[in-house]
Design a protein around this ligand. Sequence first.
Ligand code: SF4
Length: 298
Amino acid sequence: MYDTIVKRKGNPTHACHPGCVIRCSQVYNDENEEYLTAGFEYETIWAFGAHCKIDNLDAIAKMDRYCDDLGLDTIDMGVAMGVAMEAGILDFEDHKEAVRIFEEEIYKGTPLGRIFAQGAEFLGKAYGVTRIPPVKKQSIPAYDPRAVKGVGVTYATTPMGADHTAGYSVTANILNVGGSVDTLKKEGQIDLSRDLQVATAGVDSTGFCLFTAFAILDNEQALPEIVNMLNAQYGTQLTVADVSELGKNILRWEKAFNKEAGFTKADDRLPEFFDEDYAPHNVDFGFSGAELDSVLDF
Ligand code: SF4
């Protein structure tokens, strides 16, 4: 991907925020060195790529661009494409047909295009697929909740739907950042997900990029310094505890919103098929309703 971007005179490391030193974004050009898409992200590449057995980067980049143009979520549309493959609408690996569905069906608003554009859950139900992976109608991203249990707890319980960024337990489950919690066992996952959901709601509301978390989680001085920066910017007198309470309040408001919108505890669950063991670890998700209800019970 890097070599392709450089060869086509794109930009392999672009900062979407002018002060950013990580620069995880990039600009991807087509074969004629014309701009095709930017911010071509890991989850997008997984959803339209490995998840659909598509290994053609140009096809994935086109679908990313089309989703951006149409205002569609790339994770949900990538999962919708996989569910459509499961339903037999197109074959796994068929990147040409996947691109054609965007260009000839979704853009033109044909009946099939309109079904796709409603997302993975609608499409799966329309075609009678039995394993449809969204929570609160938002598709789960690249981490299987049976083998990465902390993020599974987040998928089930965050008011956002299956949003990995709302409590990215992959940190302690896989990366050993901010501690270590055995990814295949239930112990410690509820506290891990809760703490990360509270911290993320706080950080997200400040305007900081969530990737600051990797600096915060393993450096005791980082969070107090960030709170100092917030106070300098806004003229406030916040403490670290205040930012934590801010995160809790945001989650309380989001839960209250969901309740008014008709969501119940039954929506804070994963789809049933995650109770099936899955290779290679042969574990199921395994959390009870009462355990999931305790996650944001503050
Ligand atoms: S690390 Fe955050 S601010 Fe920096 S380029 Fe990536 S998304 Fe943008």
